[in-house]
Design a binder for this molecule. Structure first.
Ligand code: ATP
Length: 638
């Protein structure tokens, strides 16, 4: 029977709901393993085991909150190193708090240092950052892949000719330009040149900045280049973290391709399908590994991945390991959006080197695009800054668009810009509602009214139309519980629709119920975040319909994995989707989950209109609350 002051305290934390069961289990495991592996005297072994439990639970707790590691310099000597206060206000004052002293524990921690740690050690210490071994390996793998990714040899005159033919007309400059100098540069052309000259590249930009428009030209460029150089035409694949995002990417790529006059042979090489990353990598039931990995790489030459901000560190590591040796990878995403639900902020970490290109690479870009681009004299040649491209001009939101202006204000973190926006209140596409009971009801009444077109398509058994109409409106929120949370809001909308006789909620599975899957089910190929609509089939039997690529598949309700109703959804779950009208409802008081990135992501889900119900104090605090995640990836790439 173990006797440990640390474990006793952790059990108490667990009972109070301050740490997860898995954190406590990890601490117990670290404690037991240290005792059983120890060849030193009992007292020293016990002391060491107490420390292993203490640091183990710290790393595990932070991992649960999305951090890849813990920077011990930052948490050392803190009164509340676990940030319990943030989660359970008031509870913490009544409980004993564990503290960490990096200086005095440094000697003990040294055993985990990257230089001395064993492959099997539970923890890894790199500089002042402490990791679970597995996560350090993931990070290392991503950094190594990127470090060794090359710049393929290219025929620069041919490339220049192709790039110029794809971006021949000067772009119309509208919307969210960031600097006056940016009016001279066509950043889409630069992005194409970056992607065409690198084995791995990242194109980041806000909504409507033309990522898809650019990618279509990159694909055309790659195919034309291969054809004109007498090389085999590349096998291209498209993927995204969620089914919805994959379907959206495919749709925009296919409609954008029609603007190009590509010859038939090349056109055939533009993919006709896009899959989720899980499907692409080949998920194996009840296994965290995929069918494709280092020893069984993906069969492709070029992979385009959209919504890359949603990719967590383990997934990115597995994706990169599965890339074939000379495969080209182009990641698209918006670095300002919410980071992945699971640990890591990979896209943002990859984009930190935003001060300019290396001198040599800037000169290559000048030859290809004709533009004089910013140079960072401190950046190393071949460093990752040369693989990055920023799209800065939104084509969707012009200067008159409230959604665009508000998104930009929130993103800047500048409170006065947000206040100006609130003060002006005169944008046609944004309706602001100050939080009150009347406005809460008004927003929900309006959302319920707008769901009627969707329910009409369900009644008419028009499954495809129903899928389309369901994206007309969505209620977005920050929390899970309470009247401002996803559960309460769904009940409110159901209640309104039932009162109008549009749905019959007497049974759980009623015709028209929209659901969101909350758990991966590899057997049925249904994944966390997939949206299903309950509708009768031709024989009148209720089934749940899911969009898979260009088609619909249906399963019986009792086969659907863990799910919830989806008239309202959290902003986290809305990533990768867009809605003609988004109704964002913020709660009456601040919560740590309401961050700048959450606001930005919620606002930019609106394609045409945004209704925002808020308390000014919450909005302004959220703008000042950016997400910060501990990770060592940016340092490894620097
Ligand atoms: N250079 C351009 N000239 C003209 N139209 C453009 C240009 N770039 C983009 N567009 C148009 O602007 C709209 C938005 O572009 P696109 O869909 O490529 O942006 P995105 O960044 O992929 O958006 P999303 O946020 O949906 O991912 C599209 O209608 C596209 O055709």
């Amino acid at each position: 029977m173990r006797q440990s002051a640390t474990l006793n305290l952790l059990e108490h934390y667990h009972q109070l709901g301050l740490i997860r069961g898995i954190d406590l289990e990890f601490a117990r495991f670290a404690f037991d393993q240290t005792i059983s592996n120890s060849s030193i005297d009992k007292t020293t072994a016990e002391k060491s085991a107490e420390l292993a439990a203490k640091y183990g639970v710290l790393v595990s707790h932070y991992l649960g909150r999305g951090h890849v590691c813990v920077d011990l310099l930052k948490v050392s000597q803190q009164k509340d190193p676990f940030d319990f206060e943030e989660k359970k206000q008031g509870l913490v004052a009544k409980t004993e708090l564990m503290t960490f002293d990096y200086d005095s524990d440094q000697q003990w921690l040294e055993q985990f240092s990257v230089d001395s740690s064993e492959a099997q050690s539970l923890l890894v210490l790199e500089d002042s950052k402490l990791y679970l071994n597995r996560y350090w390996c993931y990070e290392q793998q991503v950094a190594r892949y990127i470090e060794y990714a090359s710049q393929p040899e290219m025929n620069v005159p041919l490339l220049t000719e192709i790039v110029n033919s794809l971006f021949s007309s000067a772009p119309t400059q509208v919307g969210l330009t960031t600097t006056s100098s940016s009016t001279a540069v066509d950043y889409q052309k630069v992005a194409a040149a970056v992607a065409l000259t690198n084995q791995v590249s990242v194109i980041t930009g806000g909504p409507g900045t033309g990522k898809t428009y650019t990618v279509v030209r990159i694909l055309a460029g790659l195919l034309t280049y291969a054809q004109r150089s007498g090389h085999a035409l590349p096998k291209i694949k498209l993927a995204a973290p969620t089914g919805k995002a994959a379907a959206r990417m495919l749709e925009s790529i296919r409609s954008s391709v029609s603007d190009l006059s590509l010859d038939e042979v090349l056109l055939d090489f533009i993919p006709r399908e896009a899959s989720t990353l899980h499907r692409l990598l080949g998920s194996i039931p009840n296994d965290v590994n995929f069918r494709h990995h280092e020893d069984n790489p993906l069969h492709l030459d070029v992979l385009i991945v959209d919504e890359a901000s949603m990719i967590d560190l383990p997934m990115m590591s597995k994706l990169l390991s599965a890339m074939p040796k000379n495969g080209r990878l182009i990641l698209l995403g918006d670095r300002d959006q919410l980071a992945s639900v699971e640990a890591g902020s990979v896209l943002n970490d990859l984009c930190v080197m935003d001060k300019g290109y290396s001198r040599k690479y800037a000169s290559l870009l000048k030859s290809v695009t004709g533009y004089e681009l910013e140079v960072d004299e401190n950046s190393k040649e071949g460093g990752f800054q040369d693989c990055l491209a920023w799209l800065k001009i939104s084509r969707r939101f012009d200067a008159q668009s409230g959604v665009g202006v508000l998104a930009k204000a929130v993103n800047s973190g500048d409170q006065s810009q947000v206040s100006n926006f609130i003060g002006s209140g005169d944008f046609a596409d944004v309706r602001q509602y100050l939080l009150s009971e009347a406005n809460y009801n008004l927003c929900l009444d309006q959302a319920a009214r707008e769901y009627e077109a969707y329910l009409k398509a369900v009644t008419e058994l028009n499954h495809c139309e129903a899928m389309e109409r369901f994206s007309d409106v969505r209620v977005l929120c920050a929390l899970r519980e309470g009247i401002f949370g996803v559960e309460g809001l769904n009940l409110q909308i159901e209640h309104r629709l039932a009162k109008k006789g549009l749905i019959d909620t007497t049974s759980e599975w009623y015709s028209g119920r929209p659901i969101m899957v909350l758990q991966n089910d590899y057997g049925q190929q249904l994944f966390n975040g997939d949206i299903g609509l309950v509708m009768p089939d031709e024989a009148g039997q209720l089934r749940v319909y899911f969009e898979v690529g260009q088609t619909l598949k249906s399963v019986l309700p009792n086969r659907v994995p863990k799910h919830e109703t989806a008239y309202a959804m959290t902003v986290h779950k809305s990533q990768g989707s867009e809605f003609a009208h988004s109704v964002m409802i913020l709660p009456d008081r601040m919560s740590p989950v309401i961050t700048r990135e959450l606001l930005y992501t919620g606002i930019t889900r609106a394609k045409k209109r945004l209704s925002l119900l808020y308390q000014p104090a919450v909005l302004s605090e959220a703008v000042q609350n950016p997400v910060e995640r501990f990770s060592g990836l940016a340092d490894k790439l620097a």
